[in-house]
Write a protein that binds this ligand. Structure first.
Ligand code: ADP
Ligand code: ZN
Length: 713
């Protein structure tokens, strides 16, 4: 059986290996068992029911909450030559009839349905007369009130087990929370299901938190480094979304706003354009979420801090479903924390306030953490790691710590002197000796702490105060606009009895630069071809009215750009190209790669050189790069030595990195070098005079050619 599911994996989906735990899950379902699968976004849940659907007799029913997602899934399956359809309210009467008859005649392997449609009595009645392969319940947490996305329509699905006792059920979710998991199993009545919980780590996402000082400029700088990539910018309010979008558009970015206040039609337009790669950046409130399964979202920026770690994990999780390096950047400012806090405290349900404040505090702690972000994030979900990830801002640029006892003393005593009635900004002003009217009015310029911190910038003081809050020396009163007060822990610091160790603010530019190097789909020559292949993909997708990711994933394009296959056989070795896609798109992509190869230099060491090489020069170059000797190249090509030497000289002169001296016997080299040194750039005949007979004109040409290359002549 393993060989057959392996074969399907390869020939239909074009993948070479199962990811863990795909194979086990698939084997169980093929054998008719129930499975409950918890796997993070992008983990590869779909295959876990799609392959069994092809290995079991009858129709597989897939329940999915969102019509837009269904269509993408179906398109993706059709592109792989799998017989799939969806059945939902978006179909015309004609289409619905066609799908029905395909269903009845056994012409479908998978059918995607919305829960309310599935549970209609006449639909159930029709299903009961058909052989069924399995039920797959996608986004299964929607059935649970404990989940973050409860949908009443899902509750009815709980009846399936009773109605179809022998059809296996595969329930899938990315939800972390154990309570929700237990509830899903109970509601679906699949207590005997094998449970698989894959970890929550998303290793391809780089996590970065930056302190927020000029957020628009920071965002602009981040986006400028990623001119061709798609991403989402989350902001907390509609107003903020509108503002940021406006500024981005004015700065020439391809961006659009998305929030619940926009007309349905506009929201659909934005979502569609984004899916089709026609729009690069969506600035959104959290309303932009569930409907996004675009796999090539390369970055998620939190312009404002999310209100819980769960939301943060979920929102950042929309990046990099295709497994390629992607980024999660959060701008974090104390102001956001205060806004969030006051919003929460406005509620009159004290229990809610308590829970939400707790969640907010966890989020703040994450943002301020001086330890590996991934460890902190996974620890929050109960997955303790014992090593750092090397793929977050803290790991790549660890904050240095320093003894801040004196500085802390200054800040704390300043808070005390002003009467514990003022916020951080005012404290910083007093410390730095600012001359504003307010300071004068309050006579704070007469305090002993006035100007004692003039040697540090406001930014540095901000940072110190924030850490003092975080470490519990200062408390912020949110009912009084964030007024700072001393906690009991401040006393020993003021008395000089405790040491305070703080982290130095990290060099934001450095963090930014590091993250940039990690991101994106390849570098240099790969990148150029990648962009061309992207255009080919876009044309094919537009002609077929499907989103580009249905044609090929970015991961597939990247592999194409890196390996540059020359034949159908080589194409099949690329991840994501199965037999159907090979037939459908193979020729177009081979032609594009070939065309690129013709225009560009085939060796990546020479990226940037874009030469019009002739075919014959190119063939010589290839053999040369394979390490053949001069006589070997000549005989392989059926050409004279001198012709090959001419090619090599031309290639070297054109700037290609070719070692001409390699073609000359090593023991001849010193003699030729000495003669060249003595005579300089003279004719070959003159050079040859006085050298042993065994040294040929060819040898001289090659050595002279090599010299011209190293010093321009
Ligand atoms: P999920 O539903 O868990 O979010 P998907 O099923 O959409 O994830 O898969 C995420 C991505 O991983 C898709 O681009 C898919 O093609 C790819 N993928 C899944 N399984 C494999 C595999 N075994 N080998 C290579 N790529 C895979
Ligand atoms: Zn880390």
């Amino acid at each position: 059986m393993t060989t057959t599911i392996q074969h399907t994996l390869k020939t239909v989906f074009g993948f070479h290996q199962f990811r863990s735990p795909q194979q086990e899950v698939i084997e169980r379902v093929v054998a008719g068992e129930d499975v409950f699968l918890v796997m993070p976004t992008g983990g590869g849940k779909s295959l876990c029911y799609q392959i069994p659907a092809l290995h079991r007799a009858g129709l597989a029913i897939v329940v999915s909450p969102l019509i837009a997602l269904m269509k993408d899934q179906v398109d993706a399956l059709l592109a792989n030559g799998v017989r799939a359809a969806c059945f939902n309210s978006s179909l015309s009467a004609d289409e619905a009839r066609r799908v029905s008859s395909q269903m009845e005649r056994g012409e479908l392997d998978l059918l995607y349905v919305a829960p309310e449609r599935l549970m209609q009595p006449e639909f159930l009645e029709r299903l009961s007369r058909l052989p069924l392969a399995l039920f797959a319940i996608d986004e299964a947490h929607c059935i649970s009130q404990w989940g973050h996305d409860f949908r009443p329509d899902y509750v009815q699905i709980g009846r399936i087990r009773g109605l179809f006792p022998v059809v296996p059920i595969v329930a899938m979710t990315a939800t972390a929370d154990p309570e929700t998991r237990t509830d899903i199993i109970r509601q679906l009545g699949i207590e005997q299901a094998a449970v698989y919980v894959a970890g929550f780590d998303r290793p391809n996402i780089t996590y970065t938190v930056m302190s927020k000082h000029k957020p628009l400029a920071q965002l602009g700088a981040f986006l400028s480094g990623r001119r061709t990539e798609a991403g989402i910018v989350y902001a907390l309010s509609r107003k903020r979304v509108e503002q940021v979008t406006e500024r981005l558009i004015a700065a020439g970015f391809s961006a659009a706003a998305y929030h619940a206040g926009l007309p349905d039609e506009e929201r659909r337009r934005v979502q569609d354009a984004f899916r089709r790669d026609d729009l690069r950046i969506v600035v959104a409130t959290v309303a932009f979420g569930m409907g996004i399964d675009k796999p090539n979202v390369r970055f998620v920026v939190h312009y404002d801090m999310p209100k819980s770690v769960e939301s943060y994990y979920q929102e950042t999780g929309r990046a990099g479903r295709d497994g390629l390096p992607s980024e999660a950047l959060m701008l974090f400012g104390m102001g956001d924390v205060m806004t969030a806090r006051s919003l929460i405290e406005n509620s009159d349900n004290p229990e809610r306030v308590r829970i939400e404040l707790q969640k907010l505090n966890a989020m703040v702690a994450y943002a301020e953490a001086l330890t590996c972000r991934r460890r902190a994030l996974l620890a929050y979900f109960g997955d303790q790691r014992d090593h750092d990830c090397d793929n977050c801002d803290i790991c790549t640029d660890p904050p240095r710590r320093f003894d801040a006892s004196e500085l802390a003393k200054k800040a704390l005593s300043c808070v005390y002197r002003v009467g514990e009635r003022f916020g951080a900004r005012h404290i910083v002003d007093v410390l730095r000796g600012a001359k504003g009217q307010r300071i004068l009015d309050l006579r704070h310029n007469q305090l002993s702490t006035y100007g004692i911190g003039a040697d540090l910038s406001s930014l540095e003081w901000d940072n110190i105060i924030r850490q003092l809050i975080h470490l519990g020396y200062l408390v912020q009163d949110f009912t009084r606009f964030g007024a700072l007060g001393l906690s009991p822990a401040a006393r020993p610091v003021l008395k000089g009895e405790t040491q305070v160790i703080l982290g130095l603010p990290r060099d934001v530019a450095k963090v930014e630069e590091k993250s940039r190097r990690k991101s994106g789909a390849g570098e240099g020559a790969h990148r150029a071809l990648f962009e061309e292949l992207r255009l080919v993909r876009k044309q094919i997708a537009d002609a077929a009215s499907v989103p580009p990711f249905v044609v090929f994933s970015d991961a597939t394009l990247l592999e194409l750009a890196t390996n540059r296959p020359r034949s159908e056989q080589e194409l099949l070795a690329i991840t994501g190209i199965g037999e159907h896609k090979l037939r459908k798109y193979g020729a177009d992509f081979l032609a594009a790669i070939d065309d690129y190869r013709r225009r560009a230099v085939p060796d990546d060491g020479n990226a940037g050189l874009c030469l019009a090489l002739s075919d014959t020069q190119r063939d010589t170059l290839r053999l040369c790069q394979e390490g053949l000797t001069l006589p070997e190249i000549a005989s392989r090509r059926g050409l004279k030595d001198l012709t090959i030497i001419a090619h090599l000289e031309e290639l070297a002169a054109a700037g290609l990195d070719i070692d001409l001296r390699r073609f000359v016997d090593a023991d001849k080299l010193p003699l030729i070098d000495a003669r060249l040194e003595a005579l300089g750039a003279v004719g070959l005949t003159q050079l040859k005079e006085g050298l042993p007979e065994s040294i040929s004109y060819s040898d001289l040409r090659l050595v002279r050619g090599a010299m011209c290359r190293s010093r321009p002549c």
